[in-house]
Ligand binder design. Structure first.
Ligand SMILES: [Mn+2]
Length: 350
């Protein structure tokens, strides 16, 4: 099989001295069904740089299309719908050469992703983080939220089911308040967070002049502070991950967010392009990882949050009223107390 060779991004914001014990993670912007080319490019990078990539992260528009009927569930005009390459991985004809984690964007086989609302394996070696989720890979804590923000649908339940209508095929990928509230409960440090659209206002933390020169049509949104998702902005401010990767706007853009805490904490933000020739769609970072730890493992704090808030997950049009933060915290502390005992008793392998 031959692969198209693409140029690689090396951002000075993110390049850190390479250490042998580190885990090396490749991050890709929008996937658009181009798994073969993404993996091919990473293989080439490994050969050229004589290095080993441990994990691949993909920031949405993954298009986990298993068959032609999944194409009907994707918000793409029929003439542009393509089967892509995922079906080969799903059917077992191909195997993902790297453990891969992805989130959803706004062009997805939404029926397939809804089946894995809480996250799960879409095929061997490729894990969907869920509508929101956190998992660990060799001790690196990775969280993410799927979809894009649209204020009209933000306070609704997850009511959409296939076959989708022309309205629900779009609203199904709009981020919901419920999932954001779950993410906002996270207290423990997160290493990497993934979103499809950008946190609102992130452009102010990078070279906004250069961004607006390349993408002139963002000017009005930047001026009115409406570029990106207010929900993601809230998450960024609250959980302050070490890295945040996004995509969607099809441009490479780096930013450094200083959270101005008592102890200085910085989030390195990077948005990447889609996988096309001459586009900057790939980044490699080194993250201190724990080689003795298992590959993938569930995140106990996230499981506790999911369990505590599950009664409020609405699959109706109306969202359910969430209890007060205090009530959520009480529920959480109870679940957090007994969850490790359950895990010890029954075991929990991802
Ligand atoms: Mn997109």
């Amino acid at each position: 099989m031959s692969y198209i060779v693409f140029p690689l991004v090396q951002s000075q914001y993110l390049a850190t001295p390479l250490a042998k014990t580190n885990g090396r993670i490749a991050i890709e912007g929008c996937c658009h069904g181009e798994l073969d080319n993404i993996y091919g490019t990473i293989k080439l990078l490994e050969q050229r740089e004589n290095c080993k990539i441990d994990l691949v992260l993909i920031c949405g528009d993954f298009q986990a299309i298993r068959n032609t009927s999944d194409m009907e569930c994707m918000s793409v005009p029929p003439k542009f719908r393509e089967l892509g390459t995922f079906w080969k991985y799903y059917s077992g004809l191909a195997k993902a050469p790297y453990p891969t984690i992805f989130i959803g964007g706004n062009h997805e086989a939404s029926n397939h992703l809804w089946e894995l609302y809480h996250g799960g394996w879409v095929c061997e070696n490729i894990y969907y983080l869920g509508h929101a989720g956190v998992i660990n890979y060799k001790g690196v804590r990775i969280g993410g939220i799927s979809g894009i923000f649209k204020s009209n649908d933000y306070r609704k339940g997850h009511y959409e089911t296939s076959p989708y209508t022309p309205q629900t095929i779009k609203s199904v990928y709009h981020v919901r308040d419920y999932d954001v509230q779950k993410v906002l409960q996270i207290q423990k440090p997160v290493d990497i967070f993934l979103s499809h659209d950008w946190p609102r206002g992130i452009e102010r933390f990078g070279d906004v002049g250069e961004l607006l020169r390349v993408k002139t049509f963002f000017r009005e949104e930047a001026r009115t502070n409406t570029l990106g998702s207010p929900a993601n902005e809230q998450i960024l401010t609250k959980i302050q991950p070490a890295w945040w990767f996004a995509a969607h706007l099809h441009v490479k853009f780096a930013a450094l967010v200083d959270h101005e805490n008592e102890s200085p904490k910085i989030t390195k933000f990077l948005s990447l392009d889609k996988c096309l020739p001459r586009r900057q769609f790939l980044q490699v970072i080194d993250v201190p990882s724990d080689d003795s730890a298992h590959g993938f493992s569930y995140d106990l704090e996230w499981l506790a949050i999911t369990k505590s808030m599950h009664p409020y997950l609405s699959v109706e049009r109306q969202e359910y009223r969430l209890p007060s933060n205090e009530d959520i915290q009480i529920r959480l502390s109870i679940v957090t107390y007994y969850l490790p005992i359950v895990v010890q008793t029954i075991g929990l392998n991802l």
